[in-house]
Structures are given as C-alpha cells and as structure tokens.
Design a protein around this ligand. Structure first.
Ligand SMILES: C[S@@+](CC[C@H](N)C(=O)[O-])C[C@H]1O[C@@H](n2cnc3c(N)ncnc32)[C@H](O)[C@@H]1O
Length: 314
C-alpha cells in the first residue's frame, strides 16, 4: 500500500481546497463523469470535497475512501451537511478494498509532485479492477509529463548557500549532494528556454514499472541552463484538462526542478536529457537524470548524471 496517506496533514488539505485552478478542474471532471443516480467511489477522499461535489452533481451514493483516519471526520462532515444517508465512509487501503457493490464511477485526486509524488496509481488500478462496473467511467484518464531547460539562478539556486563559507568554515563538499535531488519550486516561465517537451503520456490506471523521459532542445546562444523544469498536465476526464506548468494558472503542485551543471550555450548547441523514473514497493518514485550537451558539429562536449541514489556520492 502507499504509505503517503497517513502523512497528509490537515493544513495540506486546506492548501489543496484553496487551490482554485485545481478546484475548477476537478469540478469539470465531476460534471463530465457523474450522472444523476450514479454510485461513485472517491479514492483518497481526504476532506471529502470530491464526494460532496459528486452528490451535488446527482450521485445516488458515494463511497468515500481514505487510508487515513481523516475519513472519520468526513463521516461527521456528511452528517453536518445532511448527506450522511448517501455517503459510505471506508477507512481502508484502496488497493485491497472490496466494496459491497460495483460502482458506476471511480475518480481520484491522486496526483503528487511531478504527478508520481502521491504514489497512488497502482492503488487506483487495483481498486478500479475490483470495484468498477464493466461499463463504468473513471478519472483521471491521461497524465502527460513535460520538461523544459531553465536558468534558475535569479529565483532558485540550491548551490549558492554551500558555495560560501558558513561561520568561517568551508562546506562546499556538500555541493554534489544538492545536485542529486529533485526540488519543488514555483518556476518563473520567462527563464525557461525553448519549447516545453512532452516527454511522457500515460494512463494513470495502467502505470508501467519504470519510465525514461527523453527530451532534446536547441539552446539559444548565450543562454545559461542550470536545471530541468518538470510538470504535469492531466485530463481529469476527456474534456477536463489541467496544466501545472510555469505558464499555467498557479497550483499548489508548482513545478519541479532537476539541477544540472550550469552551462552557457554556444552557437548551435543542443541539450539532450533523459529523466529515469523507477518506483519502490510503496510506489514512491525515484529519479535519476542524465544528459549531454552536443555542439554544432555533433560532438558531445559535456555530460552529467544525477539522482537520489547518488545523493552522497562524491
Ligand atoms: C491528494 S489527496 C486528495 C484529497 C481529496 N480527494 C481532495 O481532492 O482534496 C490524496 C488522498 O489519498 C489518500 N490515500 C493515499 N493513499 C491511499 C490508499 N492507498 N488508500 C486510500 N487512500 C489513500 C491520502 O490519505 C489523501 O487523503
């Protein structure tokens, strides 16, 4: 089972509820998926917001499921909002839960940072296979991951602190370590070069064991690149698309940055990268990113490899 559920704090739920772009997109998903009289499953119900919206859209009954004891409060919320007779709360791991009836709709706000962060896709798949009626509907329907080179120095640089002495001591030996993790950052779009590359499209109900996200860009001469910016776009339902990129309306997901060695492009330079994604037994993603600069003559002039597994390598 995903271990993430128990870690989500109530203040994080407040942050999600206040995310207007997310809220509008999820409302669009419910408007598209839920028909009057449907029996619905909300996987990872959290505060119960999507369960309540599904009832407002005419669902006959909602199974509100969460691995966290937060779902005990959702029961109270259903009573306080006079819908307790139409909400069935389950404090359970959705990966193994067998509902007492098949459902017409399964949906889930299952996306974390760079989509994979909430570690819920296999859970969702197992839940859907067990509980969705044969002609049932489900969301989200597709997730796409984007990458784009960025010069982050003016708004984010994990290196700067370690480059300077602290209290008279040299801590610069930590510099390699700060290059080996992914960061969640609100990225300024005007510092991203060339076009975003769609590096992966996948079905959240059928996640693969691993992914290689390949992308390549021409980098304008004189532009500095310090990181790869990453984000997701999601079809919550076929016509309910939401982006979380630097040019999209801001969401609580923001973007992610994969640091790479700073390099200024010469005329004709290209940057080729691959972000490798693997998952542990609890579905938590691990990232490794590799790449190289290719000059105008097609020669590789610089290479890099970073990743969480290399955190304290030197
Ligand atoms: C991103 S939050 C979404 C909450 C709510 N649906 C919303 O849209 O505001 C995901 C929720 O999924 C729950 N969750 C994570 N893994 C789970 C699992 N294996 N089974 C059931 N719930 C899970 C978490 O506890 C968390 O409340």
């Amino acid at each position: 089972m995903s271990s993430q559920g128990h870690r989500v704090h109530v203040s994080y739920h407040k942050w999600m509820l206040q995310d207007e772009a997310r809220g509008a997109a999820l409302q669009a998903m419910i408007d598209e998926l839920v028909k009057p009289g449907d029996v619905v499953a909300d996987v990872g119900t959290g505060t119960g917001i999507l369960a309540l919206l599904a009832l407002r859209a005419g669902a006959a009954r909602v199974h509100a499921i969460d691995a966290s004891p937060i779902v005990r409060i959702v029961q109270q919320i259903a009573e306080d909002n006079d819908v307790a007779d139409r909400v069935v709360c389950h404090e359970a791991d959705a990966a193994t839960l067998q509902l007492p009836e098949p459902v017409d709709v399964v949906f889930s706000e299952c996306l974390g940072n760079f989509a994979f962060g909430d570690a819920m896709f296999r859970t969702l798949q197992a839940f859907s296979e067990r509980n969705l009626a044969p002609d049932g509907r489900r969301g989200p329907t597709e997730v796409r991951l984007y990458l784009q080179p960025a010069d982050t120095r003016l708004f984010w640089d994990p290196r700067r602190f370690w480059e300077e002495p602290f209290d008279g001591f040299d801590f610069s030996a930590f510099l390699p370590a700060v290059m080996n993790r992914m960061y969640v950052v609100d990225v300024v779009s005007s510092f991203c070069w060339d076009e975003p590359a769609m590096a992966l499209a996948f079905d959240p109900y059928d996640r693969a064991d691993a992914y290689d996200l390949d992308a390549t860009w021409p980098i304008p001469e004189g532009k500095l690149v310090t990181a790869l910016c990453g984000w997701f776009e999601v079809d919550w339902a076929p016509n309910a698309t939401m982006g979380s990129g630097p040019d999209d309306p801001g969401t609580h997901w923001m973007q992610v940055l994969f640091p790479i060695p700073a390099r200024t492009a010469a005329a004709g330079d290209r940057l080729e990268v691959t972000v490798h994604v693997t998952f542990d037994d609890e579905e938590r993603p691990a990232y490794r990113w590799t790449g190289r600069w290719i000059d105008h003559a097609g020669e590789a002039v610089a290479e890099f490899e970073h990743g969480e597994a290399l955190l304290f390598s030197r």
